[in-house]
Ligand binder design. Structure first.
Ligand code: NDP
Length: 244
């Protein structure tokens, strides 16, 4: 693991910051790709294991620059976590096409573009692993969440297609699809609405997940490095998505 570099998008806070921290604690060098290009240390990631890189995932020039800077500073790239994402909810009959496209651009198109830009660097390193952060909303119908659900279903499809296409080059692609994890993305809704009581009944374990749950699964994928594992969507939702 020493000397292996993993890039994590949206590492400034929430799940991305937890993934960056967990990877660093396991000995990886972590390129924290954030819109500000700074602040990963504030999330607790030790300075000697961090490379702060500015990157807006919806701006292709920025994504290209970010990978090139990462490779120059770290000496190579061995993995990528596409974590950056947004959530906008609205009744479908009132949702503008702009809003739909904004969600798709960040959650789906940017995942494709970052995978594509990382690919030559991973091949040059002799192979690598990409983990895309999807959501268990990819397989269920959720009111007011059409764009988000569609974007995360696209992440599953992108993962499968790239896994098949790139397996011969030693590049594995996985989709880690969390259930409810308390972060800035949903904190207000969880605190103020009836959602918390609903989830207490709907999640078999009776509670939401933590950012560390997701971080440990993602870091384990890199640490264990299982050659036959690719293309899958791995759900991490306390059983909510399969519960009757
Ligand atoms: P947060 O809202 O806490 O964090 C979102 C992160 O994405 C921030 O670091 C933010 O950066 C970054 N980001 C957003 N847009 C861009 C962009 N254009 N370029 C670069 N970075 C960007 O969300 P979570 O940590 O909860 O979510 C992380 C991922 O996990 C998302 O893909 C989300 O869909 C997914 N997920 C989350 C679940 C949950 O319950 N929380 C459940 C299932 C999936 P900045 O600080 O600059 O705003």
């Amino acid at each position: 693991m020493q000397g292996k570099t993993i890039a994590v998008t949206g590492a400034s806070r929430g799940i991305g910051a937890a993934i960056a921290l967990e990877l660093a604690q396991r000995g990886f060098t972590v390129a924290c790709l954030t819109r500000k290009g700074a602040g990963a240390e504030a999330a607790g990631v030790p300075a000697e294991r961090v490379i702060d890189v500015q990157c807006d995932v919806t701006d292709e020039a920025s994504v290209k620059r970010a990978f090139s800077e990462t490779v120059t500073r770290a000496g190579g790239l061995h993995g990528l976590v596409n974590n950056a994402g947004i959530h906008i909810d609205a009744p479908s009959h009132e949702m503008s096409t702009d809003t739909y496209e904004q969600v798709m651009a960040t959650n789906a198109t940017a995942v494709f573009a970052a995978c594509r830009e990382a690919y030559p660097h991973l091949v040059r390193a002799g192979g690598g692993v990409i983990v895309n952060i999807g959501s268990f909303f990819d397989r269920i119908g959720v009111k007011r969440n059409l764009a988000y659900c569609a974007s995360k279903a696209a992440v599953g499809a992108i993962t499968r297609c790239l896994a098949v296409e790139w397996a011969g080059k030693g590049v594995r692609v996985l989709d880690v699809a969390p259930g409810y994890i308390e972060t800035d993305l949903n904190r207000d809704t969880l605190a103020s609405g009836p959602l918390r009581d609903f989830l207490a009944k709907r999640i078999p374990g009776g509670r939401t997940g933590s950012t560390r749950d997701v971080a440990r699964l993602v870091a384990a994928i890199f640490s264990e490095d299982i050659p036959f594992l690719t293309g899958e969507t791995i759900y991490l939702d306390g059983g909510q998505g399969i519960a009757h």
